[in-house]
Design a binder for this molecule. Sequence first.
Ligand code: ADP
Length: 246
Amino acid sequence: MSALLEVTSISVSFDGFKAINNLSFEIGGQELRAIIGPNGAGKTTFMDIVTGKTRPDEGRVRFGEPQLDLLRLSESQIARAGVGRKFQRPTVFEAQSVRDNLTMALSNDRLPFAVLRYKSSTRDGERVSELAREIGLSEELDRTAGELSHGQKQWLEIGMLLAQDPQLLLVDEPAAGMTLGEREHTTDLLRRAAETRAVVVVEHDMEFVRRLDCKVTVLHEGSVLAEGTLDHVTANSEVIDVYLGR
Ligand code: ADP
């Protein structure tokens, strides 16, 4: 079976500096994957390429079945094709209730949230309750998003992305700033989300990556340095050198 996302030999330079250097990466349809690597390894640029924010100078990015050439699509077309991205800082509508945030996400049908087509139906109501359960915010539906804790806002935003039912969800440092309990909940949420879609998590926190218990890809200088279980990659002498800066 072919991969859901197939990135082949991509490179991109900024002012002559190769941020991504002949990088290839594949992920299957129902897979959870962590991407780790030191600062400047190319993790953000990689996600920018997959979501269409940055165009590579070379290489291919294919997605879905039948395969789409993502390099021919705009950012919003890529989002509509089923690629969701969660940035590090939560972006929810603080003045709106949790219910309204989720309802808006459902009615936006993979459009960027700036374009609001707010309509709600009974079916939406059921789906909103289901999503709230999935993200652990059933008790908070009538509170405004602004009243939520940092962790709860992150879950709400993940819920808003799940509302759009992406086939691939890219998540940037979800554990940053979370309490231990919130991290555990986030791990469960992401693992569950990956039962029906592919989820790629960029994360610095190794304890969190360990809890995700998934295949890990280590990026360094814009290429894949190692891939495998966390124990496997952290035993790799090149990975150790990169992390210890030797
Ligand atoms: P990471 O997310 O792993 O920390 P990035 O993808 O942000 O790494 O960056 C990889 C390298 O590319 C870094 O050296 C960074 O300074 C450089 N870079 C990223 N985006 C740009 C840009 N728009 N212009 C110039 N350099 C950039």
